[in-house]
Design a protein around this ligand. Structure first.
Ligand SMILES: Cc1ncc(COP(=O)(O)O)c(C=O)c1O
Length: 474
């Protein structure tokens, strides 16, 4: 791992991290033909890569080769790095590897699907999830168990009392509480250790979907003896500055020891005859096929860089940005923020701010931000349809009408909002640019003419064709 730790750069700090973001100076076209610096406020979806991560991966290519069973020097070096990556990931999340499996997958969605397949669930078993989950931490459970949704309050925060009530009511038939570390819609951070301690009182294990939390807060899974320990953890590298297709599932080795892996093939076995298979031990048993060595090592390097910056510094910087943004967003007439809009609550939330302006279509606002300010956001339902409907107060009757539209291929009335989400490198100046354009939008004084594409639900600039090939070709 020392190989990954060495770096050609000076020290990265929260103050200078912007100098290390690949593509930070890329300018993008605006509707008037000019170009503007790209402002990426879509970090909750995916982050850019950090220079030390990319440099290290480029350097690694000189040594990259097939891993495990390869006899050559490069294969053995690559295998060594891949195997050590599990220890590095464990260290990053405060995990004692003994008795645990660190399984490499492609993203959080795959991690949760895998756990849903591999957890010992019988007919009649329930999994508790919350009303604030991303689909990836809800739908996999619906396939495998009875799902009970834990309530949220009017601001979209988890109701602990409802968790306790459901645990009391279903205590013997609950196998797991699957909860997000932080919401990708409202940014609320859940107190995962408190929730874990509650679950453990009832003998129920907890999975934390850390897709949103991991790039923003220090995560400590804590020792098994601690009532607040985290049993299972899932996250994706592309949300933590290493977008090379790796993700992680961490959990009790015993869960993966028995039974068949969800995906089978090369690498998962010790013995195979024409009529018999003996599986190898986890984590390898759970990683069918050639693994994503490059993605995993990029993720480990990103973890090293985040550690170098310091997760405390990351959290402080993002809290400052979020407070500033919430204060300034108050200047926008007719703005409605989903969840909390109190700048004093930044300790309990991430820099994920979701809003609407009056009756303006979220897709129109997003298109204007792109074409008239070079600002990247996300709009729509953020893969959390039920939570968004709840937060927007959409009735079942209204939802039924919209669902009928969607079945007919018309997505124009899909409810939703606009989401800005900050990363370690965003600045107050970028937020100033956002506020300026939002004021223009609130005054209905945008420049372009936009047309709604009913099929996709997106707004497009009228009569404009962007020549993407003039920007990048393979
Ligand atoms: C809270 C949460 N969970 C799960 C996911 C799924 O992550 P991935 O798409 O990397 O599988 C996301 C992605 O946005 C998320 O925000």
């Amino acid at each position: 791992m020392d190989y990954l730790r060495q770096s050609a750069h000076g020290g990265i700090t929260i103050e200078n991290v912007r100098d290390y973001v690949v593509g930070i100076h890329t300018r993008v076209p605006l509707l008037d033909g000019s170009h503007a610096p790209y402002i990426n406020f879509d970090n909750a979806a995916s982050t850019p890569v950090l220079r030390p991560v990319l440099d290290k991966i480029n350097e690694l290519m000189n040594w990259y080769s097939s891993i495990h069973r390869g006899s050559g020097f490069k294969s053995q070096l690559s295998s060594e790095l891949y195997d050590q990556a599990r220890e590095q990931v464990a260290r990053f999340v405060g995990l004692d590897l003994s008795g645990h499996a660190v399984i490499f997958v492609k993203n959080t969605t795959e991690a949760i699907n895998k756990l849903a397949h591999r957890l010992d669930l019988s007919p009649g078993d329930n999994v508790l999830v919350t009303r604030m989950e991303h689909h990836s931490n809800d739908l996999p459970w619906r396939k495998r168990a009875g799902v009970i949704h834990i309530d949220v309050d009017s601001q979209g925060r988890l109701r602990e009392q409802d968790l306790i009530r459901q645990l009391e009511q279903h205590r013997d038939r609950v196998k797991l509480f699957a909860v997000t570390g932080a919401s990708n819609v409202t940014g609320w951070v859940n107190d995962i250790h408190r929730l874990a301690a509650i679950c453990h009182r009832y003998g129920v294990k907890i999975l934390v979907d850390a897709a949103q939390l991991i790039p923003h807060r220090k995560i400590d899974m804590r020792p098994q003896a601690d009532p607040g320990h985290i049993d299972f953890l899932a996250f994706s590298a592309h949300k933590m500055y290493a977008p090379f297709g790796a993700g992680v599932l961490i959990g009790d080795q015993a869960v993966f020891q028995t039974g068949e892996p969800d995906m089978v093939g090369g690498g998962t076995v010790d013995i195979v005859s024409y009529d018999r298979v003996e599986w190898t031990a986890p984590p390898e048993k759970e990683e069918a096929g050639t693994p994503n060595t490059v993605g995993v090592l990029a993720m480990v390097k990103a973890m090293m860089v985040l550690e170098e910056i310091g997760m405390e510094r990351v959290a402080e910087h993002e809290a400052r940005l979020t407070r500033y943004a919430l204060e300034r967003l108050r200047e926008i007439p007719e703005i409605r923020i989903l969840g909390g809009d109190d700048p004093n609550q930044v300790e309990h939330r991430l820099g994920v701010i979701t809003f609407n302006i009056g009756a303006l279509h979220h897709a129109l606002v997003a298109a204007i931000l792109n074409h008239e300010a070079g600002i990247a956001v996300r709009n729509g339902c953020f893969c959390a349809h039920p939570y968004i409907k709840l937060m927007l107060g959409i009735s079942e009757e209204e939802a039924a009408v919209i669902e009928e539209d969607i079945r007919r291929g018309d997505r124009s009335r899909i409810p939703g909002a606009v989401r800005v989400s900050f990363g370690i490198y965003n600045t107050e100046q970028e937020i100033d640019t956002l506020i300026h354009i939002l004021q223009t939008i609130a005054r209905r004084e945008w420049k372009g003419e936009y047309v709604l594409d009913r099929r996709s639900g997106a707004y497009r600039l009228k009569n404009a064709r962007i020549d993407y090939e003039s920007y990048f070709i393979l």
